[in-house]
Design a protein around this ligand. Structure first.
Ligand SMILES: Nc1ncnc2c1ncn2[C@@H]1O[C@H](COP(=O)(O)OP(=O)(O)OP(=O)(O)O)[C@@H](O)[C@H]1O
Ligand SMILES: CC(C)(CO)[C@@H](O)C(=O)[O-]
Ligand code: BAL
Length: 285
């Protein structure tokens, strides 16, 4: 496995592979890797000839009061996970290589980014789309792998790729969970033991929503209200949002659509977690 920090060197290495006909897959991450990230590298390994993982804690997607400074940085451990998952190349750029001091270009997806995470974290998606665009331009992939855990992010990236005619196949991989159901996240390590238990409220609310959609006649609005109640009534959990929305547009849905997505976000102390679940509504009898 090659580890390389310089964009031009990565570009050359990938170019060599492409000229031999290799299908190139990229897995963008911010490091602090866990089994969720590893599942993305494994998915890339299963369907690409040359697998590139990127590790970069991107400053422009963090708000001024967010956790950029304390975001976990565990490069040694990350590299050994990438090696075990059989990545071919890990790109670990420095901030100065990704952002020139006088850079003035931003890539923005306008509408999809105004809701949910975009509303809670102003400017966040501009940072994500700009860095992902740059990572795509350096690694020139045929396929790019993202997790369903960041549901809105994968939609936004698919829209960017489509709108900019990139021709990259964006693959969304399932959410990997801890044995008790908590979605794996680099930020879980911030949780105190009490908050770690309380965090299960998110997953409980999503499971409840999936069950009600499938097995009751409740409307999406009713289920959404119940989800909100379940999360906000948990001590120590501050609800940011709990919604049931169209899986592609993130707009509100009808009474009982065929399918929809439930998305939740909440803070436990200073730690903010997100999770989601695709819902299938039982057809009316
Ligand atoms: N539990 C998971 N299952 C599947 N994919 C995941 C999981 N967690 C993260 N990913 C995916 O890994 C990629 C990199 O995410 P990132 O490095 O931000 O990790 P994270 O654990 O989501 O961290 P954070 O705590 O910052 O949200 C993203 O595409 C993300 O959706
Ligand atoms: C896609 C990404 C690597 C861009 O910094 C980040 O948002 C993430 O880890 O999900
Ligand atoms: N997992 C998305 C990266 C972020 O929260 O900034």
């Amino acid at each position: 496995m090659i580890v390389e920090a310089k964009p031009n060197a990565v570009r050359k290495l990938v170019q060599q592979q492409r000229s031999r006909g290799a299908v190139v897959g990229v897995v963008p991450t911010m490091g602090a890797l866990h089994a969720g990230h590893v599942s993305l590298v494994e998915a890339a390994r299963a369907s690409c000839d040359f697998v590139v993982a990127t590790i970069f804690v991107n400053p422009t997607q963090f708000g001024p009061n967010e956790d950029f400074g304390r975001y976990p940085r565990t490069l040694e451990d990350d590299l050994s996970r990438c090696k075990n998952a059989d990545a071919d190349l890990v790109f670990t750029p420095d901030t100065s290589d990704m952002y020139l001091a006088d850079a003035e270009t931003t890539v923005r997806v306008n509408k999809l980014t105004t809701k949910l995470e975009g509303a809670m974290r102003p400017g966040h998606f501009d940072g994500v789309t700009t860095i992902v665009a740059k990572l795509f331009n350096v690694t020139v992939p045929d396929r790019a792998y993202f997790g369903q855990k960041d549901y809105q992010q994968q939609l936004v990236i698919k829209r960017m790729v489509r709108d900019l005619d990139w021709g990259i196949e964006v693959v969304t991989c399932p959410i990997i969970r801890e044995p008790d159901g908590l979605a794996m996240s680099s930020r879980n390590r911030y949780l105190s033991p009490d908050d770690r238990q309380r965090a299960l409220a998110l997953q409980r609310a999503l499971r409840f929503a999936a069950d009600r959609a499938e097995n009751s006649g409740d409307s999406a609005a009713e289920i959404q209200a119940q989800m909100r109640q379940m999360i906000s009534s948990t001590d120590g959990v501050e609800l940011d949002y709990a919604v049931i929305v169209d899986s592609e547009t993130l707009e509100n849905v009808d009474d009982r659509p065929a399918t929809a997505t439930a998305l939740v976000a909440a803070k436990l102390g200073k730690t903010r977690l997100i999770d989601n679940q695709i819902l299938r509504f039982r057809p009316a009898a």
